[in-house]
Ligand binder design. Structure first.
Ligand code: AMP
Ligand code: MG
Length: 356
């Protein structure tokens, strides 16, 4: 039995690099800040172009603070709202009340996020389901990184038992309240990284000295503003057949969110069978739709993350239709290596030589 999990394979050093670029008028300069950390159980990397100097600028130490503040925003999001594991979070508290007939008043933030999740759940015919908590715990996905040895997949009977507690349409949201049914557990693992991108973009919009940047939260990437040289942002798309290489890049201008769901991101092997972390809420097992990865490009982080998971479960045909119905572009890499994408994606995607 072997486990491959991208974080454990990478030695991550908390690293901050600041490079000054002489530029801009009015005594201002642009500084490049590069930072790599871990949060939300994944790798966070930031490249920011920040104006410093007399007009709107900040000192170097303050420039560094911007990337620290972004990291804090991500951690607070997890601690206050999204984590099913941390006792401080709203999701944790809601999960504790399942079956108690208590009506919980949702924060505006979580209510908005959960309602959008419900929309994607409905539109994807349940392929994306934010109530997969019991199923994800049964598969032990979050422990694969630490406890791969001796992994035993759940039995059909166990899966059937927990599936009765999965179903976004039955989660009990009414207006600004939720009354979670007996046995149900919310799990925003498939959208947390995308929600983080939306928060980061809102933060950057409040900090006008940040002229541009690329922030990656696990498999979800935000491009923001413009590059100092006026060029486009390059976002690599991993080759699922050889994850050390990109199969191609997306060339983007301005603000975008790019999320990828791939079967290579988290998986475990037992007795020669590979099990990955994207579950089909109908069968209760890892989705098996002939797809190795799906990349979604759209303006909303939550949408990109939810849709990438949904499209992975649905497969090409239904997935393409779903993405288009949300005004999102999609790129599928199939099991045989074929690449299929929406018409709109073609203007952004460039196949790399290594991917040929
Ligand atoms: P992602 O990598 O964004 O596709 O999200 C996968 C994570 O979301 C898994 O680790 C599970 O915690 C959870 N998950 C798995 N399958 C689903 C699904 N069909 N709908 C919603 N969340 C899921
Ligand atoms: Mg996702």
């Amino acid at each position: 039995m072997k486990l491959f999990y991208k974080i454990t394979h990478a030695i991550i050093l908390a690293l901050t690099l600041i490079i000054a670029l002489p530029l801009l008028g009015c005594g201002q300069r642009l500084q490049t800040v590069q930072k790599v950390d871990t949060a939300m159980g994944t790798i966070i990397s930031q490249t920011l172009y920040v104006a410093t100097g007399t007009a709107v600028g900040r000192k170097t130490s303050e420039t560094q603070n911007i990337s620290e503040e972004i990291l804090s925003e991500i951690r607070e999001l997890e601690e206050n709202y999204l984590s099913w594991r941390l006792e401080s979070s709203e999701i944790y508290l809601i999960n504790q009340t399942a079956g108690s007939n208590q009506e919980i008043i949702l924060s505006h933030f979580l209510n908005t996020a959960l309602n959008r999740c419900k929309e994607v759940h409905g539109a994807s015919e349940g392929a994306f389901d934010f109530t997969v908590g019991r199923l994800a715990r049964l598969w032990n996905i979050d422990k694969w990184a630490m406890e791969a040895q001796g992994f035993i997949p759940p039995t059909e009977a166990q899966i059937e038992e927990v599936l009765q507690y999965v179903g976004g349409d039955k989660c009990g949201i009414e207006g600004d309240t939720i009354q979670l049914p007996q046995g149900m557990q919310l799990d925003l693992g498939a959208v947390g990284k995308g929600i983080a991108l939306d928060e980061i973009r809102a933060f950057l919009e409040q900090h006008k000295e940040v002229k541009g940047g690329v922030i990656s939260v696990g498999g979800s990437i935000l491009t923001y503003g413009s590059k100092p040289d006026g060029g486009k942002w390059n976002v690599g798309i991993v080759n699922p057949m050889d994850t050390s290489r990109n199969i191609g890049i997306l060339q983007l201008s301005g603000n975008w969110c790019v999320s990828t769901s791939g079967d290579y991101e988290r998986y475990v092997e037992a007795e020669g069978i590979r099990y990955h972390h994207i579950l089909n809420p109908v069968t209760g097992g890892p989705a098996d739709s002939g797809v190795r990865s799906v990349t979604i490009l759209t303006k909303s982080g939550l949408d990109s993350d939810a849709l990438s998971t949904a499209c992975f479960v649905l497969g090409v045909e239904k997935g393409m239709a779903l993405a288009e119905s949300f005004d999102a572009e999609a790129l599928f890499i199939l099991e045989d290596g074929e690449i299929v994408m929406t018409e709109g994606m073609k203007q952004y995607f460039y196949l790399s030589n290594a991917g040929k």
